[in-house]
Design a protein around this ligand. Structure first.
Ligand code: HEC
Length: 234
């Protein structure tokens, strides 16, 4: 009898232990922390080139798909919302990019023609993330380098990830275009102070908090601040 209790106890313990590690894509909303993306040992829990959902994939869906009137929580066009992991996973099949609707649609109707499109590299990042299991990965180290402060080295990549879904091409939300150097520079110079206020979430109204989905990291804000204060160098 004692033996039976012992075995039952072991099984219970094992199942509790498993629960902490088990990840059910589409249902898990708490992020999986990746300590050292790009330098990991290639293990299952930290492949050396883990795509970080929170910094590499989420901003793309937020910027390119979740603008007001489209797939934001408030508009939810066609029932699709792309503001967070839980909702994005409704259109993703882990390990299977080609049966993931929110991936394959990027080659067809979405974003709509005339709206800013993701680059091939950005789409490839999403594909890789799905192939790696589409986990809610959050990286502790970031690729942000606050010394990269010219448009071609640092700023354009930042804009492409966080801003260009709304500001990539004309007309651009609020008539702001950041997808090419000339337009970005003209904006950075002509509305210098409000630009800086907006990225610090200290603008005239909450509607001018940029990007709307959430404040950039302090490193990223510093990069843009230096770029603008230096006269928006190319
Ligand atoms: C989801 C869409 C969206 C994203 C992503 C976005 N913006 Fe905007 N942006 C808007 C809208 C809409 C306006 C117009 C807001 C208004 O005037 O009330 C705007 C306006 C602005 C303005 C002018 C505001 C002013 O003071 O007149 C700046 C500057 C700006 N955005 C910068 C950025 C930057 C930089 C990023 C990325 C870090 C970004 N935005 C990302 C939608 C977006």
């Amino acid at each position: 009898m004692r033996k039976v209790f012992f075995i039952v106890g072991l099984v219970l313990l094992a199942s509790i232990a498993c629960k902490h590690q088990m990840v059910v894509p589409g249902t898990s909303t708490s992020p999986i922390i990746i300590a050292n993306p790009g330098t990991g040992g290639g293990t299952t829990s930290n492949p050396s080139d883990t795509v970080c959902f929170n910094s590499e994939v989420l901003p793309l869906y937020q910027s390119y798909c979740a603008s007001a009137g489209c797939h934001s929580a408030a508009s939810a066009r066609s029932g699709v919302v792309t503001t967070d992991y839980f909702n994005i996973m409704k259109g993703i099949r882990a390990n299977s990019p080609n049966s993931s609707k929110y991936y394959t649609i990027l080659f067809n109707d979405m974003p709509p023609r005339g709206s800013p499109q993701m680059t091939a590299a950005q789409v490839a990042t999403i594909q890789k993330w799905i192939s790696q299991g589409a986990l809610n990965t959050l990286c502790m180290t970031t690729t942000c380098d606050s010394t990269k402060t010219t448009y071609s080295n640092g700023i354009s990549t930042l804009f492409a990830t966080y801003c260009n879904g709304c500001h990539g091409v004309a007309p651009g939300s609020g008539n702001i275009i950041l997808g090419d150097y000339t337009n970005a520079k003209n904006t950075g110079i002509s509305i210098k102070q409000s630009f800086l206020n907006d990225i610090n979430y200290a603008g005239a109204t909450a509607a001018k908090n940029m990007p709307p989905a959430g404040k950039l990291s302090s490193c990223q804000i510093l990069q843009i601040t230096k770029w603008i204060n230096n006269g928006c160098p190319q």
